[in-house]
Ligand binder design. Structure first.
Ligand code: FES
Length: 314
């Protein structure tokens, strides 16, 4: 079996667990040996808990620290990943992580507008701290149902007036159009529920260049059914047909090519595969408009070919 991407596993130990808010537990992870790989704000890791699905979590600690921190919202409707963390994880447990990847990196800018909804604060927290350290102008809007369910309010306090907390049970609502209009030169980074991100995409006039988002779940979009196309897997030497009802990921797996995946709905970036030749029809929510236009990689779980033969590095 060949792999589309080298997967680097890291063995870690749970150093501590902290209840950060109602339903939110943070997990402090230390390496079993050596040093943990470096990361930058926006990065996430895949967490492998025995007997539970592999899930992705944003790193939300200090990139300069020798440990990692993630925060996990208990989701009753989840596939079991968050339940396993909340119910089974204990200090001293050993776990496997996959090395940090970053599809939501903080690009240099003199000004930022950060918008976090609920647990979406996890990638935004280190971003806001990095902006503060760099001397960039920034504002952070933190939206949630109630302060009791919003983690890291205490850690945001040192950022002072740059942070606005908007809790629904206090009767306040965010006017995203007005907020975006108040920062016309800012690069906008947002993470939160789909409804919030969809509203934001409409509120930012030049969203393709100014808006960077990270989704929790994929927006539902109806696509026209396309025709079949062929893929050639450069390293495996395979040429395969992809039918309209199949994903490239399914066809690769069916041929014995192991591709890393998590969401399988175009929001996590796990299945990113390099395009050697041909053009993709991008249907993911990970790559920016510029990255899609550049055309050197694609998410094979949802994206398709915009040409008869697509050659992939797999
Ligand atoms: S598996 Fe998540 S983007 Fe493809």
């Amino acid at each position: 079996m060949s792999t589309a991407e080298e997967i680097v596993d890291i063995r870690v130990r749970v150093r501590g667990l902290v209840r950060e808010a109602e339903g939110v537990l943070s997990v402090d992870l230390e390496p079993l040996s050596g040093a943990l790989p470096a990361w930058e704000p926006g990065a996430h890791v895949d967490l492998v808990v025995a007997g539970a699905p592999v899930r992705q979590y944003s790193l939300c600690g200090d990139p300069a620290a020798s440990r990692y921190r993630i925060a996990v919202l208990r989701e009753p409707d989840s596939r079991g990943g968050s339940r396993a963390v909340h119910e089974r994880l204990r200090p001293g447990d050993e776990l496997v992580l996959r090395e940090p990847r970053n599809h939501f990196s903080l690009e240099p800018s003199p000004e930022y507008l950060f918008i976090a909804g609920g647990i979406g604060i996890t990638p935004i927290l280190p971003m806001a701290r990095a902006a503060a350290r760099s001397g960039a102008a920034f504002r952070l809007l933190y939206l949630g149902a109630s302060r009791t369910r919003m983690p890291f309010l205490d850690e945001l306090a040192p950022l002072g007036d740059a942070v606005t907390v908007i809790a629904r049970d206090e009767g306040t609502r965010a006017d995203l159009v007005a907020e975006v209009a108040a920062s016309p030169g800012a690069l906008v980074y947002a993470c939160g529920p789909e409804r919030m991100l969809t509203a934001l995409a409409e509120a930012v006039p030049d969203a393709e260049t100014r808006l960077r988002v990270e989704y929790f779940s994929a927006p539902e979009i109806e696509y026209e059914p396309g025709g079949p196309f062929r893929i050639r897997l450069d390293r495996s030497g395979l040429e395969l047909e992809v039918q309209p009802e199949e994903s490239i990921l399914e066809v690769m797996r069916g041929a014995g090519v192991d591709v890393l995946s998590d969401c399988e709905s175009g929001i996590c970036g796990s299945c990113e595969t390099r395009i050697v030749d041909g053009e993709a029809e991008h249907r993911d929510f990970v790559l920016t408009a510029q990255e899609k236009a550049h055309g050197d990689c694609m998410m094979v779980c949802v994206s398709r070919a915009a040409c008869p033969l697509l050659v992939l590095d797999a």
